[in-house]
Design a protein around this ligand. Structure first.
Ligand SMILES: CC(=O)N[C@H]1[C@@H](OP(=O)(O)OP(=O)(O)OC[C@H]2O[C@@H](n3ccc(=O)[nH]c3=O)[C@H](O)[C@@H]2O)O[C@H](CO)[C@@H](O)[C@@H]1O
Ligand SMILES: C=C(OP(=O)(O)O)C(=O)O
Length: 487
């Protein structure tokens, strides 16, 4: 069992650098499939398990990828198949984002229903509604979706019933190569949508209005590879801000963009945390007793659901009672039971949690039930009396680069322990790490997690037994450049 062990009670102090945003880099890497010529060079690519998964998806589709020093180079001119491998798509939600680019570029996709954190039912109806409006014929069966179009996708007017981040991204990518203009109404406004639009535009696309509720995409005939820097991860930044505040610390979160964190910053300020915004980051200082506040998650620019559990950890140590309402996902309070093992007083009623703050937290054995729950438990552990052991780290490794090392550099007493009975996910990551080393990725470029988060490398680096590679071998008969269905 792999675990992170934290001894609470240290005041965090110093500077921590934020990595590139997971939720920006995943759609951006999917969008690289839109290029029929030239390489894309994506910088600030974080070494995360989710990045490894998407690179395997792209490699299995025939793209060539190399990774060095947080930079991914992708050549997507030779796509060899329209089928995305089940083993990879089921691992994470964002791998479903290859559907839009494939449909736009080659007019055909076969993909399984996506997996990911079990924080809600997470339907994909809005993605499919968008593709259908653009002329795709969609069939569903046995957990797979097939979509086809006999001609290029056609621009359409699409209204999203919910401002879904993934649907906005998938439709935006499909529309980039469609014939005519597409409008997305009630589009998601997250900063990651803007980052994706900037990359699509650098590739020769024409996207306007990203970051507002109305996005207009004028389809172009061809797109090319482009250079792009991924934005800093606002959720990772927010997590370190909470870690600083919960320990009464003084931390400069380098690279954090204050504008992307407005709802988090304003709640922290209401609680009594001192925040100083500057061009290259955000300083967080907290020495007084914090006040309780109510928090309601909403799509951007509301309070992000991806910060709800970390915020709840901070509310546990503030004076008074807080009400936390989760409106985005219907099952995102799984961390409550784990907090309760640490002496937390929380009552859940449907989508609302009543948090009684101010009681001392005590160390316990807890399990990360999803990615952000894991980060929240680590934050709580930093403040708790005694030692806390956090397991379920395969969730945490999806979205945090070297969280143990980063917190230790701020003075936390924290270590990651790998024992012989590693869980399956950790084992597969460790195997991947050794593959990567064999494939020529330098150890220095791997993160300082005791084993490692994995990385993207060329398709050739995926070795025996690897899901992506075996899938590719099965498909070798058809490994010739796939032509659009209308060519
Ligand atoms: C990789 C990535 O970027 N993940 C983020 C993305 O997930 P993701 O893109 O999956 O989240 P969505 O914005 O799509 O989901 C928001 C809500 O819309 C619903 N919905 C979504 C699509 C659809 O077709 N039908 C539908 O009903 C979902 O069930 C959910 O209740 O945005 C979420 C909301 O900010 C974040 O928590 C995730 O970290
Ligand atoms: C829910 C998250 O990610 P995903 O959509 O990839 O499951 C997250 O980043 O908190």
């Amino acid at each position: 069992m792999t675990k992170i062990i934290v001894r609470g009670g240290q005041r965090l102090k110093g500077t921590v650098r934020v990595s590139g945003a997971k939720n920006a880099v995943l759609p951006i890497l999917a969008a690289s499939l839109l290029a029929t010529e030239g390489d894309s060079v994506i910088s600030d690519v974080p070494l995360l398990d989710d990045v490894m998964t998407i690179q395997k998806v792209l490699a299995s589709l025939g793209a060539q990828l190399t990774y060095n020093n947080e930079t991914m180079r992708i050549s997507a001119s030779t796509i060899t198949t329209f089928e995305a491998p089940y083993e990879l798509i089921r691992k994470m939600r964002a791998s479903f984002l290859v559907m839009g680019p494939l449909l736009a570029r080659i007019g055909r996709v076969r993909i399984s229903l996506p997996g990911g954190c079990a924080i809600g039912t997470r339907p994909i109806d809005q993605h499919l509604k968008g593709f259908e409006a653009m002329g795709a014929e969609i069939t569903l069966g046995q957990g797979f979706i097939e979509a086809r179009t006999k001609t290029r996708l056609k621009g359409a007017k699409i209204y999203l019933d919910v401002a879904s981040v993934g649907a906005t991204e998938n439709i935006m990518m499909a529309a980039a190569l469609a014939e005519g203009t597409t409008t997305i109404e009630n589009a998601a406004k997250e900063p990651e949508i803007v980052d994706l639009a900037n990359y699509i535009n650098a590739m020769g696309g024409k996207v306007r209005g990203a970051g507002t509720g109305l996005i207009r995409i004028e389809g172009v005939d061809r797109m090319h590879g482009a250079a792009h820097n991924v934005i800093p991860d606002r959720v990772e930044a927010g997590t370190y801000m909470i870690a600083a505040a919960i320990t009464g610390g003084d931390v400069f979160v380098e690279g954090a963009i204050a504008d992307h964190l407005t709802p988090v910053i304003s709640k922290l300020q209401e609680m009594g945390v001192e925040i100083t915004e500057s061009d290259n980051g955000v300083r967080v200082r907290s020495s007084a007793v914090l006040k309780s506040v109510d928090v309601k998650t909403l799509p951007h620019p509301g309070f992000p659901t991806d910060m709800q559990s970390q915020m709840m950890a901070l509310l546990l140590v503030s004076e008074g009672t807080s009400v936390v309402t989760e409106t985005v996902f219907e099952n995102r309070f799984m961390h409550v039971e784990e907090f309760q093992k640490m002496n937390a007083q929380i009552k859940v009623d449907g989508r609302t949690a009543i948090v009684s703050g101010g009681l001392p937290l005590t160390g316990a054995k807890v399990c990360a039930t999803d990615l952000r729950a894991g980060a929240a438990l680590i934050c709580a552990a930093l403040r708790a009396d005694g030692e806390t052991e956090v397991t379920g780290l395969h969730h945490v490794d999806r979205g945090y680069v070297n969280i143990t090392g980063k917190l230790a550099s701020l003075g936390a007493i924290i270590r990651r322990v790998e024992t012989e009975e590693e869980d399956a996910a950790a084992a597969s990551v460790a195997t991947t790490s050794s593959k990567l080393l064999k494939a020529g990725v330098s150890a220095a470029s791997l993160p300082a997690r005791d084993t490692v988060s994995a990385v993207a490398v060329s398709a050739g680096a995926a070795s025996e037994g690897d899901a992506a590679a075996s899938y590719k071998r099965e498909k070798e008969v058809s490994v010739l450049k796939v032509q659009p269905t209308w060519a």
